[in-house]
Ligand binder design. Sequence first.
Ligand code: GDP
Ligand code: ZN
Length: 465
Amino acid sequence: MNFDSSPIAAIATAPGRGGIGVVRVSGKNISSIVEAVCATKGAELQPRHATFTNFVNADGSVIDQGLALYFKAPHSYTGEDVLELQGHGGPVVLQMLLTRCLEAGADIGLRMAQPGEFTHRAFLNDKLDLAQAEGVIDLIEASTEAAAKSASQSLSGAFSKTIQELVDKITNLRMLVEATLDFPEEEIDFLEKSDARGQLTGIREALQAVFAQASQGALLRDGLNIVLAGQPNVGKSSLLNALAGSDVAIVTAIAGTTRDKVIETIQIEGIPVNVIDTAGIRDASDATDEVERIGIERTWAAVKTADVIIHMLDASRGPTRADEQIVERFPENIPVMRIWNKIDLSGHRPAIDRMPDSTHIYVSATDLQGMDLLRGELLRLIGWQQTGESLYLARERHLIALKAAHDHLEIAAQHAAHDSEATDPALDLFAEELRLAQERLSSITGEFTSDDLLGVIFSRFCIGK
Ligand code: GDP
Ligand code: ZN
């Protein structure tokens, strides 16, 4: 991705129709665009005030009317001069407005923004750090309220602040160690006098706590992927409805006529749960057209990434030969959970039975017996522990960095140990591991982050953000 510093423009609102749509422009010298498009002198737009105006073509004809907002650098989202034009939210009229802006800005090099480029500029201009920038997109993409809350924690800088506190503690300890390195005769005393080991233990404990919180938060982001398998009429759709707590799938009493959506996202305690109902997946070779074939292949690809396969059976009828064939189709490395449904008919009691081959759970999807057992087991499976604390919506990247920092601190602790007279603590190595730990932590907020990684992160944003 090629980011230069020329002014950029994009439609900032979602594609489709809506009450209001926004075209956003950011960069230097954009007052000429204000003058041209809003038919007004740039100076007349008071920064951060809404001005009702016509948006006009070069010949003076009106494209739309709406509000113009002007933000003077550095007091804007990107840290540059920003112009936001709020017009009517139709795809055509917004495209006309954008085209007009690009035309009016041709002489100052105005171009279309790339995905995430506004936020990338905000990062480069220190309006937010990398973890906060990731919070922006995670908030937009959040699929449950709990995920949105956690993303907003990251966006507000709470996660970054926690990381920064760890970095500061390590920096202090490094300064102590490095000062001592200049006076070798005092090395051995130093660790005792400054309680360097105690400080290191404190930092390691704090890091562990952050890691625990971040990995719980990562669950809110990534959720749980379930495959729901079983013969027609065992109650798959009913189970989905019971889990979701509302009617999301179509329940039918006639075998084989189920018209469930193939992948359904529900939530359990705020965790997004993606359920693939295999009733909807046929063999790709049965597909009647290309679109359907691609859909089927995608679904099978999703099956391979499932955390668990739920094999559902009718407890009032017992397993059949068809059930054996069902499980044969699934990847071997994914754990299978057996749900025995309709215990209201069979007379079983709601129960969970952890057998060596798989966990068996006895439920009734219609009168909801045993549903809490099932929910608890699903959450247990992905390691969800309900905590009262607000979580950071961490990403894989953050978890890897936290883990690496943790490992460096562990090696540092080994260098600081001196069990026998023969091995003096290796202070220089101790200091080096501290430095490495600090570097890994700082990569979370984007210090020492390569342009390539930044490119990858921001390119996943939507255009106009
Ligand atoms: P699917 O084909 O596996 O998705 O099965 P459905 O969810 O469409 O259910 C098939 C039929 O079984 C419907 O008439 C449901 O009302 C009924 N059913 C589902 N779960 C239960 C249950 O736990 N107890 C009883 N008595 N009937 C159920
Ligand atoms: Zn169904």
